[in-house]
Design a protein around this ligand. Structure first.
Ligand SMILES: [Zn+2]
Length: 337
């Protein structure tokens, strides 16, 4: 009788220990996409959280699409034209709105010195949402005046919070999503139990797993002059038709995540299929954001009217990472820009 009692007591103890172990595991938060777009098509994850506790920087895929101390995930849209049309920022999970800020002007930082005036408002216009079990999500750089929720509001997953903007410390239109558990920054690609660095088990918080895509094409197009990267973020050079009397026909690409040794090839063809400009180069140092162009200058004669095409290829080792073709119509009825 006594022995049976001891066995029951031991079983009870084991059960209690099991329960306390189970409650000690972190209650996870599952996240939906915080932006209304299709990843890889009209939006891109350009920067991930920095997983290096020291002065270096590494993303969860052991790549370099982050910078030292970056605490969130940056979902970028192609340019400010898309921003002007309005891209919704959405609650990644259900919760209660804790704080909002809505009055900071949208202004892309082009020079580093401009950050001084942002002291304390680096996030720009933002929303902080409190979720169950001490989880928080924060959304930064929203468009001025676009925030449609207030502190105390209950929101559901996917509910619009505002629009993507360029307020605060940002040099391209995007939202920065920070995830915190008990005030500690959590990398949503790794989960709350992950050690620092990029090795070890990953337990993603995304409901639908987000692929790691550290290299890709943001946009490509044609211009009549050499484009600057800031003009591309503005949304310039999106014309689908150019005049035949243009001073030049320039094919350009705007890409991200270039590594040293990557091979680029650009070709421009006239309507007869003849290659009129050709460039093959290797990348000599890593570039998070990149642009490359080739073109043909107009001579005394107007360009051949019809459909011109540009082809861009990015090759890493034996793998073709980007293979993109873009066309433009050269039209004699279009007046010179
Ligand atoms: Zn960021």
């Amino acid at each position: 009788m006594m022995r049976r009692y001891i066995v029951l007591l031991l079983l009870g103890l084991l059960f209690a220990m099991g329960c306390s172990l189970a409650t000690r595991a972190t209650p996870t938060l599952k996240l939906g996409l915080p932006i209304d777009c299709t990843l890889g098509k009209d939006c891109f994850v350009l920067l991930y959280p920095d997983r290096d506790p020291g002065p270096g920087a590494v993303d969860f895929g052991c790549g370099r699409m982050t910078y030292d101390g970056h605490k969130g995930t940056d979902f970028a849209i192609p340019d400010e034209k898309a921003m002007a049309q309005g891209v919704a920022v959405k609650a990644a999970a259900a919760g209660t709105v804790l704080r909002t800020r809505n009055h900071i002007p949208d202004r892309r930082l082009i020079e580093l010195g401009q950050t001084q005036s942002l002291e304390g408002t680096e996030c720009g216009n933002g929303v902080v949402i409190e979720h169950d079990h001490n989880w928080q999500t924060q959304y930064c750089h929203l468009r001025q005046g676009s925030i449609s929720v207030q502190p105390g509001d209950t929101v559901q997953e996917g509910e619009p919070l505002g629009l993507v903007g360029t307020s605060g410390q940002t040099s391209f239109p995007h939202i920065h999503l920070s995830v915190r558990y008990q005030d500690q920054v959590i990398d949503p690609f790794m989960g709350p139990e992950a050690q620092s660095g990029c090795q070890g088990p990953k337990s993603s918080l995304w409901k639908t797993p987000l692929p790691y895509q550290p290299t890709g094409l943001i946009r490509a197009g044609f211009a009549t002059q050499l484009p600057q990267i800031n003009q591309l973020w503005d949304g310039a050079f999106a014309d689908k038709t150019l005049p035949v009397e243009s001073p030049a026909v320039v094919f350009w690409v705007h890409t991200y995540g270039m590594l040293k040794g990557d091979q680029e090839r650009l070709q421009l063809r006239d309507p007869k299929g003849k290659i009129v400009a050709n460039l093959s180069r290797s990348i000599d140092k890593p570039q998070r954001i990149w642009t490359r162009s080739i073109g043909k200058k107009g001579a005394q004669q107007p360009f051949i009217p019809g459909r011109w095409s540009g082809q861009y290829r990015l090759i890493r080792g034996t793998e073709i990472l980007i293979d993109h073709q873009e066309v433009v119509d050269l039209d004699s009825s279009v007046s010179r820009p």
